[in-house]
Design a protein around this ligand. Structure first.
Ligand SMILES: Cc1cc2nc3c(=O)[nH]c(=O)nc-3n(C[C@H](O)[C@H](O)[C@H](O)COP(=O)(O)O)c2cc1C
Length: 362
């Protein structure tokens, strides 16, 4: 299987399967001299880690990351990147492959089982193997390094803004709330409603979809490229590469279709600092594929978890029609744990574009 590498100048290659001994990644192209420790990467991994609430899979993984290469103490003794490939490793410790024995020969609807089988003629059926979102842990780890490349001036935050039909009230948006509830909700008032709703979904052995919003503030104007590497294009591709994502929008997104030109155009004045000041941000911080200096706003829709307890019709590898119930441990709403993954993909795209911008424009 090819295409396990993401990025151009800041590149990440991930490897490993859900139920193999370990997963890992190699981050190549990271500039030298950037302070980074395993603890800093762990902070981000802990936000994605499974088993933290009854609303996420009960698989118990410490997701303890090790840095195997690419860092070294500088003259002051601080651990910094050396410019060589940074290799990160996480051991899988809570695989229960027997959970998946029954689905060895049958394809789970909504999963990549049938497409991997048609393409490769062989698949690691244990927990979805390579197609499992276990891989996204490495995106989060690499994303933590990307954040360091971007520097403290760029703040990337994500939030869950919708579960099923239940949407947050944006007038109550509070970033401080996001990391204090099990849903990454920016709306404290929505937490009890989501708790009640997801409890009923979970007890019925069902699942539900969600919408995630990721915002990057402090991004300098000028990142991106005008045609075939537009910043919005690359962001959409990055978000769409996350498991279970079925829709991506930037700024006003799909809602732009309902606006008039007057309402949609982000008017420009001169701010007190002498710099351009936009009066609105329907563009989501990107014009002509290039960042405007406004917050970059991206949303993506995550489909409901495919592994549910209700029997579903399917076929097996021998071509027989059968039914399947996916046992094992699953998130009732995978959108929750997709929040840190979306943040990581935003960081990876921006870090790559920052280096590409420097390469062309200095
Ligand atoms: C963080 C995260 C966790 C996920 N966990 C599960 C899960 O427990 N069960 C499941 O059926 N799908 C889960 N998924 C989604 C599947 O990995 C995904 O639907 C499947 O590989 C098919 O790929 P596709 O939906 O992108 O086409 C998860 C996705 C993410 C982002």
């Amino acid at each position: 299987m090819s295409h396990n590498t993401f990025g151009h100048l800041f590149r990440m290659t991930t490897w490993g399967e859900s139920h193999g001994p370990a997963i890992g990644c190699v981050v190549d192209g990271c500039p030298p001299g950037i302070p980074i420790t395993a603890e800093e990467i762990q902070v981000q991994l802990n936000r994605r880690k499974p088993g933290q609430s009854r609303f996420t899979t009960q698989r118990r993984e410490a997701d303890a990351v090790e840095i195997l290469s690419g860092v070294f103490p500088d003259a002051s003794g601080e651990q910094v990147t050396t410019g060589t490939p940074i290799s990160l490793l996480i051991h899988n410790t809570d695989q229960r492959s027997k959970d998946y024995g029954e689905i060895k020969d049958a394809f789970r609807p909504g999963h990549a089982d049938i497409t991997y089988w048609s393409k490769y003629g062989i698949r690691d059926f244990r927990g979805g193997g390579r197609s499992s979102a276990r891989e996204t842990a490495m995106r989060v780890a690499a994303g933590a390094i990307a954040r360091k490349v971007l520097g403290a001036g760029v703040v990337i935050r994500g939030a869950l803004i919708q579960i099923g039909e239940h949407k947050v009230d944006r007038s109550r948006w509070d970033w401080e709330t996001v990391d204090t509830n099990p849903f990454f909700s920016p709306d404290p008032g929505m937490v009890p409603e989501w708790t009640h709703y997801l409890d009923s979904v979970r007890k019925n052995g069902s699942s539900v979809g969600a919408v995630v919003e990721v915002v990057a503030e402090g991004v300098p104007a000028g990142l991106g490229a005008p045609l075939y590497a537009k910043l919005d294009q690359d962001l959409a591709s990055a978000m769409m590469s996350i498991n279970a994502v079925k829709g991506v929008e930037i700024g006003a997104g799909m809602a732009a279709a309902e606006l008039t030109g007057e309402a949609n155009a982000d008017e420009i004045r001169i701010g007190n600092d002498g710099k351009p000041r936009f009066l609105s941000n329907h563009a989501g911080g990107i014009l002509g594929g290039i960042s405007t200096g406004q917050p970059i706003v991206c949303r993506f829709a995550v489909k409901p978890t495919s592994s549910i307890l209700t029997p579903r019709q399917t076929i097996d590898t021998q071509g027989h029609e059968t039914e399947i119930v996916t046992k094992g441990r699953h998130d009732p709403c995978v959108g929750i744990r997709a929040v840190p993954v979306g943040e990581a993909m935003m960081a990876l795209v921006l870090a790559d574009h920052l280096l590409r911008h420097r390469a062309q424009c200095g």
